[in-house]
Design a protein around this ligand. Sequence first.
Ligand code: TYD
Length: 202
Amino acid sequence: MTGHYVALEGVEGAGKSTVAAQLAALLARRGIYTITVREPGGTSLGEGIRRLLLDGEEMEPWAEALLFAAQRAQLAAEVVRPALQQGSWVISDRSVYSSLAYQGGARRLGIGKVRSVNEAGLQGVWPELVVLLRVPAEEGLARQEVPDRIGGQGTSFQRAVAEAYELLAEEEPERFWVVDAGRPLGDVVEAVFEEVCRRWPC
Ligand code: TYD
């Protein structure tokens, strides 16, 4: 038996963490064993890398992309793959698609190149469904509580991230499901839950 791997994606302030937590709670209420993970982080190594990435000094774009890929490789091997193999569902607050949008798109490293290094690290552990919470860049930034090193890059960076997400969603229409996240969060959670249960009985 294998579980399902669902990732929540979007610009800063889109509400990913809240939606991830509430979606997991709704699934659990249906008797589905569910874990939530966040990126960067989710393992002891990953939390250490998270501090370097978000609280540390400026770094080269490729150093940044490879650190994100490193924490993700650890998370996939240590947490996500074993959970899926045990039949658990994994709800992830960000995923490899954040790297494609932020490092591949907004940092201009190239989506294809960033995808390749992550494919090497993930060995097939890839989100089956990516829920893109769509909010205008400015609105998301206004909602952001405490900007970190990457979240504090400003409006044009945030716009570039949003554009990259739209491109990714167009390229992979089967994998992506886009939801207007400017609505009240309760409505967003309900819509996401419905879509998930449409794809897999729950
Ligand atoms: P996080 O605390 O998760 O913030 P948010 O509430 O915006 O999700 O911080 C993650 C930051 O790291 C965020 O600015 C997005 C960025 N990021 C990348 O640039 N690439 C990645 O692969 C990931 C996972 C996150």
